[in-house]
Design a protein around this ligand. Structure first.
Ligand SMILES: NC(=O)c1ccc[n+]([C@@H]2O[C@H](COP(=O)([O-])OP(=O)(O)OC[C@H]3O[C@@H](n4cnc5c(N)ncnc54)[C@H](OP(=O)(O)O)[C@@H]3O)[C@@H](O)[C@H]2O)c1
Length: 324
């Protein structure tokens, strides 16, 4: 089968297609014929700079940890009725950028009949994470929610989910007129251009009242730190985003004075059980039309490097998928 493999750390060109033996399902495992594989911003970072202290990865490796497809074969001890079913699964740290992926059978979730496999793949990360963020920050009716970096996969689903959870006001921060218009159509009450010099004041005005009850920071760094100025007393701030280079470093003393709860990336590192629960909840929320991932761009496996380039150049909107 074909895989897209990172041969060494570096520019997107290090991601090349290779032929490798077809995988075989061991006891308790299933082989999925992959229809769509998720591509994450963090995978571009690891490919470029290595895994650092968080990710144990050494080239050559096949990136990608979420796929959708049909079960092609199962190993000993697995109900053969799985064969042919439409499923999604997390593959562990790696192995998703491939024509076939092997996963433990308990990691499989069945895709509802009415939902396409490509849509299901688009939900695999952003759905559970957006749900974990909404649970952790307790988004509820009456809340004013600020989504920082609302043009990405997670940002878009978070805007929709805040709306579905009955938020009083949903304010989205992004850049680029075209992207801002699309985010408004997806349910944000106000969209603010991050390139406006006074975006913090504009966001505060749009939020109304005492500011944001909840801020979801998908960007980090100075942007996230500046957004903190818009938090309301006793608000909840999630600093889980890093595309600007690092997580937002929020002053703990300042947060404490306002009774603000600051959460971080560790709070969205889900246990296997939570990941399964929230994956199935995300599929159900999408089937109920509460959330609808936006698949902005797709690439064949052989163009995985182009997918990474597009993400790095910020020339993408919503979710990026590989279609092996
Ligand atoms: N998706 C998940 O399940 C998940 C789970 C845990 C943590 N996270 C973290 O959450 C963040 C967002 O994830 P995502 O999946 O939504 O990523 P994404 O689809 O790649 O979106 C990235 C967002 O960040 C913005 N951005 C990119 N580069 C930037 C820069 N240099 N400065 C300022 N803004 C920049 C993009 O805006 P433009 O449109 O302007 O480029 C976009 O809104 C990432 O840090 C990711 O690691 C995600």
């Amino acid at each position: 089968m074909q895989v897209a493999m990172v041969t060494r750390f570096g520019a997107p060109e290090v991601l090349v297609t290779r032929e490798v033996p077809d995988p075989v399902a061991g006891p308790g495992e299933a082989v999925i014929a992959v229809v769509a594989a998720d591509v994450l911003w963090v995978e571009t970072m690891i490919r470029r700079t290595g895994g650092g202290e968080y990710f144990d990865v050494t080239p050559p490796y096949v990136p990608g940890n979420a796929v959708a497809g049909r079960v092609r074969a199962v190993g000993d001890g697995v109900d053969p009725a799985w064969v042919g079913r439409a499923v999604v699964a997390h593959t562990g740290q790696r192995g998703g950028y491939a024509e076939q992926a092997v996963v433990p059978v308990e990691g499989l979730s069945t895709v509802p009949d009415e939902m396409g496999l490509v849509t299901a793949a688009a939900l695999l990360h952003d759905g559970p994470t957006a749900l974990a963020l909404a649970e952790g920050t307790r988004i509820g009716s009456g809340d004013a929610v600020l989504v920082v970096g609302a043009s990405g996969g997670l940002g878009i689903v978070s805007v929709q989910l805040a709306r579905a959870r009955g938020a009083r006001r949903v304010v989205a921060l992004a850049r680029d007129e075209g992207k801002l218009g699309r985010i408004r159509e997806l349910g944000a009450d106000f969209v603010i251009d991050l390139e406006a010099p006074d975006w913090v004041e504009l966001a505060r005005a749009a939020l109304g009242g005492q500011g944001a009850d909840v801020i979801l920071d998908n960007v980090g760094g100075r942007v996230g730190e500046a957004a903190f100025a818009a938090i309301a007393p006793r608000g909840r701030f999630s600093a889980h985003g890093t595309p600007s280079g690092q997580f937002a470093a929020v002053d703990p003393a300042g947060a404490h004075r306002g009774g603000v709860t600051v959460r971080g990336i560790a709070d969205v590192q889900l246990t296997e059980a939570d990941l399964k629960r929230l994956t199935e909840l995300a599929l159900a929320e999408a089937a109920a039309d509460h959330i609808r991932p936006v698949i902005g761009q797709t690439f064949p496996l052989a163009r995985a490097a182009d997918a990474h380039t597009a993400i790095e150049r910020r020339a993408v909107f919503g979710k990026t998928l590989l279609l092996p």
